[in-house]
Design a protein around this ligand. Structure first.
Ligand code: XIL
Length: 321
């Protein structure tokens, strides 16, 4: 019995984790990662991003992404493609380039089509079951992020990318993924409005990814209600990048108990919403969590500690399903 077993017993599609190529040399780590009872789904934390997959214009490199896709395939796990269009981790040729709108439209279409096509599902053998086609398009106040896509193409880059992904793989579930949309607020409302308008225009959109990079003691009380509001728009949702960090280290025993309860609350929120299809944690161990590098001084956000031992949070996930 494990986390994925618990998810499936609750009629969810999977419980999964992000992973990254350098960690795949750690045999103790990999022996847990491979266990289907714990993880029925993988997301590459970095190796399908633009800088990794199209380092030069029109030149595609899939070796690192393939390593994770092959691991998923060999262990019977679903794969989440992450991601097609984002403002961050772009190659220099994009960051330093200047493009007209028609040029950038072509660049977005070529990238999304080629990437999604490479990992496309096959009948009876879903390789990449879902894609974060658009990653983090909003500011926290609900306005669109004025990144290079928006600056040149306005909001049109969103349907351009979604249509290219759909053309490449009609079976993949196409998502918009963002953070700070776990509870209701300006950003969640803006995303709901975007989904509505895309659906009204016949643009393919299948789901919203709710990242869920949360802080211990601060899980929004209305998370379940908010997830239900997303699904009421006629789409699915997934918890795509869950981790729950301590702002001060080391945590106390009571802190670890609170973290257990917070993991349980998030999982239970997904569990209670029929079209919340699964939960993915943003790596499973504090040994490889991205938190200390992104939020200096913070951490211990994962259900396994840095010695690969299960924390109370692990059992919170089990009880949430
Ligand atoms: C993070 C990775 O985990 C890090 O290794 C990398 O240095 C930066 O990106 N939201 C996302 C993910 O959608 O792609 C980010 O992943 C975490 C925040």
């Amino acid at each position: 019995y494990g986390l994925n077993t618990a998810a499936k017993a609750a009629h969810k599609l999977y419980f999964g984790t992000a992973t990254d190529n350098p960690e795949l040399n750690d045999t103790a780590y990999v022996s847990i990662l491979k266990q289907y009872k714990e993880f029925g789904q993988l997301t590459p934390a970095n190796s399908m991003k633009w800088y990794a997959t199209e380092p030069e214009p029109g030149v595609f490199t899939f070796e690192q992404g393939d390593q994770i896709a092959d691991l998923a395939k060999d262990t019977g796990k679903l794969l989440r493609g992450h991601n097609c269009v984002w403002y961050s981790q772009l190659p220099d040729w994009i960051n330093n380039g200047t493009f007209t709108a028609p040029e950038l439209k072509f660049i977005v279409e070529r990238h999304c089509y080629t990437l999604v096509n490479h990992y496309k599902s096959q009948v009876n053998c879903p390789i990449s079951d879902s894609w974060d086609v658009i990653n983090e398009p909003f500011n926290d106040n609900g306005t669109f992020r004025t990144d290079l896509w928006y600056d040149v193409l306005g909001t049109s880059y969103i349907p351009i990318a979604l249509r290219a992904a759909r053309a490449a793989d009609p079976h993949a579930k196409l998502y918009i993924n963002d953070y700070n949309i776990e509870g209701a607020g300006a950003k969640a409302s803006a995303l709901k409005d975007l989904v509505k308008s895309l659906k009204d225009q016949g643009v393919p959109i299948d789901g919203v990814g709710v990242e869920s990079h949360l802080i211990v003691g601060e899980v929004p009380a209305d998370m379940q209600q908010n997830l239900a509001e997303f699904t009421a728009l006629g789409i699915e949702v997934a918890i795509t990048e869950l981790d729950i960090r301590f702002e001060a280290l080391p945590p106390s025993v009571a802190g670890l108990e609170q973290q257990r309860s917070d993991y349980e609350t998030v999982v239970a929120a997904c569990n209670a919403v029929e079209r919340c299809v699964g939960v993915t944690i943003w790596d499973f161990t504090d040994k490889y969590s991205w938190i200390p590098s992104a939020f200096p001084g913070e951490g211990d956000a994962c259900p396994w500690d840095a010695n690969l031992l299960k924390k109370p949070a692990y059992y919170g996930i089990i009880s949430g399903f």
